[in-house]
Design a protein around this ligand. Structure first.
Ligand code: MG
Length: 260
């Protein structure tokens, strides 16, 4: 009897935990390529997304490329374990696995997994094509179509180094949040072009801290990559950014907690 009661109780606690989070976290912590480092998980794997969700990150970032036969897949580098993504078919890429045994995720599979919860946003990086700007624009177009098809708009914010790709994403979904990564545009230029914010290299922001104030005055969001040292995390927290992209989400959570 005791065992049955315990089982029922465990089930109820687990159920309430999974349904308890009804709105996205607001804590600035964006896990870069998922939360992979502390647990030695493959970057951009579903396991690293789940870990970011488990930690309660505000967002989990991931990178998207297009295969030679037009399938959007999730991986950081231009190659997946040595196989070039843009010049390989999706079928060929399935012959290789992540170190934890996972296959390469398609964007649809990744979004489906991300939509199972509602605490952590999915920070969708549209990777610029190494082949052409036209292909970068195509990747952006297909990305927004995939997010719409999966009804994942509420979960997704976009980031990209491709200015043209970013403009395409904004054109495809004017309601979408699209931030620019390259660092070669002023906040005023981004605002004018319809971007939601910037997500610039931390060293660039340290050299141009006025951009943070300018962006805020224009109503743009401020994010930086990839902020990993305690010193940089504290410097950026002092600037009151909207988000911080880090390989060290656990460290950032601890620093935030210590400052409260
Ligand atoms: Mg990225």
């Amino acid at each position: 009897m005791k065992t049955i009661l315990f089982t029922i109780l465990t089930f109820l606690v687990a159920s309430s935990a999974s349904f308890a989070q009804k709105s996205f976290h607001k804590n600035k912590v964006i896990a870069h390529r998922g939360a992979w480092k502390a647990q030695a998980l493959p970057q951009n794997s579903l396991a690293s997304l789940k870990e970011a969700v488990r930690l309660g990150c505000e967002g989990s970032e991931f990178d998207v490329w297009m295969t030679s036969d037009g399938v959007l897949v999730v991986n950081h580098d231009a190659d997946f374990e040595g196989m070039e993504i843009e010049t390989s078919t999706y079928k060929d890429l399935l012959t290789i696995k992540h170190e934890n045994g996972e296959k390469l995720s398609t964007v649809e599979e990744y979004l489906k997994a991300g939509k199972k919860q509602k605490g952590t946003k999915l920070i969708f990086e549209i990777k610029p094509s190494k082949i052409s700007v036209a292909r970068s624009i195509e990747v952006a177009e297909k990305s927004v179509l995939a997010v719409k098809k999966m009804k994942a708009q509420k979960w997704v914010d976009y980031i990209t180094f491709s200015y043209e790709g970013g403009l395409k994403a904004i054109e495809m979904d004017p309601e979408a949040n699209v931030a620019y990564l390259t660092g070669d545009k002023t906040p005023a230029e981004l605002k004018e072009a319809g971007f939601f914010g910037f997500d610039y290299n931390i060293n660039l922001l340290k050299k141009n801290p006025q951009w943070i104030k300018e962006a805020k005055a224009l109503g743009l969001t401020v994010n930086a990559w990839t902020v990993n040292s305690a010193e940089d995390l504290i410097w950026l927290l002092d600037q009151e950014p909207d988000f911080i992209t880090t390989d060290e989400p656990e460290l950032l959570f601890n620093i935030i907690k210590d400052r409260q």
